[in-house]
Design a protein around this ligand. Structure first.
Ligand SMILES: [Mn+2]
Length: 327
């Protein structure tokens, strides 16, 4: 189709399949995009509940038919059968019931053997996302997050399921140890001292934006995935779009200047998402805070790259198997 944005928007024009194990199996799906249009836990500028629709719309730019990713040299549809499962049905104003529903839906996606990619939603999206992967992991689980913020708040006014707290909840999962938790890109004037103390207490590795400047993104990302995958069976990857400098992505709750460049995020993802990732999310795209549509475009690209890097991993594993078989 010559006009990329024609038709009803699913992510990358993937077929819509309901998030039910039988339907997913019948469709032969191996990866599933699922939206969580929920931002009720946002402490300031809202709108991320409109993220999933905006990300789907923006993804059409990359759906030009052959599903080839130039940077990674892979035709992702050769290795990943992507479907769009639509959205988890949130309960307005109730994070606990919304996340219970999210875990039920994600259980179906895992039962069908699919790799889930969550479209947020505010960063509380990661709470059910990581909990669901944890349930489906028999060994230990690692966690890598790209974020301007630490997101380790134990609670906000007594509420524990908020978008300042995803890492605090991840650290409580029975098979997660702080020594396998890594945050990349932290900086700015909106990180409470308490949140750094919580990270330190749990032995979380924090690579600040100054570490990225000093070491380079290749070194930071390589160390991050090594730390997260050391002794773990799989790793959850969370990308808060606010890790980027506000110049790249202003349409988010808490943008700041002094953040990552687009090129650094692309390269960081290339390294981290080439590791043993079991699930991923892209959160905090708030389209109404950016009338240009740029932030949704950037978020869609993050998700496309995660899909392409998964395809590349499968392609490489197949090549290794073939080499071994012929030896
Ligand atoms: Mn965040």
């Amino acid at each position: 189709m010559a006009i990329l944005h024609a038709g009803i928007a699913t992510f990358l024009r993937a077929p819509y399949v309901p998030p039910e194990r039988s339907a997913l199996r019948e469709a032969g799906a191996t990866a599933a995009v699922i939206g969580l249009p929920f931002d009720s836990t946002t402490v300031t500028r809202p709108g991320a509940s409109h993220g999933p629709r905006a990300l789907r719309d923006a993804s059409s730019h990359f759906a030009f038919g052959e599903n080839y990713h130039y940077d990674h040299g892979v035709t992702y549809s050769d290795h990943v059968a992507l479907v769009d499962c639509g959205d988890i049905d949130p309960v307005a104003g109730n994070a606990a019931r919304t996340f219970e529903r999210a875990v039920v839906v994600l259980d179906e996606i895992y039962a069908a053997g699919c790799f889930p990619i969550l479209l947020g939603g505010d960063h509380a999206t990661t709470i059910p996302g990581a909990a669901a992967l944890s349930r489906h992991t028999s060994g230990r689980m690692g966690f890598v997050m790209f974020d301007t913020h630490l997101d380790t708040a134990p609670e906000i006014d007594g509420e524990t399921l908020g978008h300042c707290s995803p890492v605090a909840r991840v650290l409580e999962l029975p098979n997660v140890d702080g020594s396998n938790v890594v945050i990349i890109g932290v900086h700015g004037a909106a990180n409470p001292r308490l949140e750094q103390e919580v990270a330190d207490e749990h032995g979380v590795t924090v690579f600040t934006i100054r570490d990225v400047d000093r070491l380079g993104i290749d070194e930071v990302a390589t160390r991050a995935i090594e730390i997260a995958s050391s002794g773990t069976e799989t790793t959850y990857l969370s990308v808060d779009i606010d890790v980027l400098d506000g110049a790249f992505a202003w349409g988010t709750c808490g943008p700041e200047i002094g953040g990552m460049t687009g090129r650094e995020l692309v390269r960081g993802l290339e390294i981290v998402a080439s590791g043993p990732i079991g699930a991923a999310d892209c959160v905090e795209v708030s389209p109404f805070l950016d009338h240009s549509g740029n932030t949704a475009r950037v978020g869609a690209r993050v998700v496309v790259d995660i899909i392409a890097l998964r395809a590349l991993q499968i392609e490489r594993a197949g090549a290794i198997e073939r080499t071994a078989a012929s030896a």
